[in-house]
Design a protein around this ligand. Structure first.
Ligand code: ADP
Ligand code: 5GP
Length: 229
């Protein structure tokens, strides 16, 4: 774990949203594998785990009474109901990780993302779009995790969610997994090169050079004093 250093810039916060079935989980997992310095902020949910999902890695899967207890205790920076299940982002995890300089990636719906933007205005907001609604339907069906009713609900909701893409910082159209992974990785890398992440380095370099020049001036003055004596 990184030690606390008040001078260090807070970690990068990347918030990713997309209509269900677009490919967000696939792309985020790829980028997390490619960028070891980036950690996933694991949300809490009352939904049951899908095949292949792991408790503590994909979500903290909890019961509704436990979720409500955490929400009442103010543990969530934001929380929302999606498709009859509750989802929430732990405030403490975000604050602790960012204070320690760690970069984090969050996967939340647009209403959660909007709330996070108010609390963390320095966050970077990325929306992933399906190429077409027809392709989205195919992808959701192929995932095979929803029955016909839930699939319809998720598709109807997709169209509403897409209108929210307008206020995001970046939009990626998920044609191919390879290109979209490359785009999200490029966004993370570019955002990491913002001035604020190098501010301390610049200050440090300038300070060191000034100290060297001071020293050189003193040495030169000492030499000229000796010559005049
Ligand atoms: P989300 O997290 O947005 O709900 P997933 O990552 O679970 O979506 O992807 C839904 C399904 O679509 C998965 O079966 C996944 O393999 C597939 N998929 C994702 N991106 C693409 C793509 N660019 N082309 C084809 N299939 C994709
Ligand atoms: P899924 O059940 O497909 O994993 O997720 C359903 C929706 O819940 C997705 O839009 C996902 O981004 C969103 N979601 C996941 N975690 C959170 C969270 O912590 N807060 C909010 N508001 N939405 C979340």
């Amino acid at each position: 774990m990184a030690e606390n250093n008040p001078d260090r810039a807070k970690g990068l916060m990347i918030v990713v949203s997309a209509p269900s079935g677009t490919g967000k989980t696939t792309i985020c997992r790829n980028v997390l594998n490619l960028l070891p310095g980036l950690s996933f902020s694991v949300s809490h949910t009352t939904r049951k785990a899908r095949r292949g999902e792991q408790d503590g890695r994909d979500y903290h899967f909890i019961e509704e009474d436990e979720f409500r207890r955490l929400a009442d205790a103010g543990e969530f920076a934001e929380w929302a109901e999606n498709y009859g299940h509750l989802y929430g982002t732990s405030r403490r995890v975000i604050d602790d990780m960012r204070e320690q300089g760690h970069d984090i990636l969050l996967d939340v719906d647009p209403q959660g993302a909007k709330n996070l933007k108010t609390i963390f205005p320095d966050g970077v907001f990325v929306f992933i779009l399906p190429p077409t609604i027809g392709i989205l339907r195919e992808r959701l069906a192929r995932r095979g995790s929803e029955d016909a009713g839930m699939l319809r609900r998720r598709l109807n909701r997709a169209v509403e969610e897409i209108t929210e893409a307008r206020w995001y910082d970046y939009v990626i159209i998920n044609d191919t997994i390879k290109e979209s992974t490359g785009a999200l990785k490029a966004i993370c890398t570019a955002e990491k090169h913002r001035y604020r992440f190098s501010q301390n380095k610049i200050d440090d370099l300038v300070r060191k050079r000034e100290t060297e020049m001071e020293k050189a001036k003193k040495v030169a003055k000492g030499q000229s004093d000796r010559v005049t004596e």
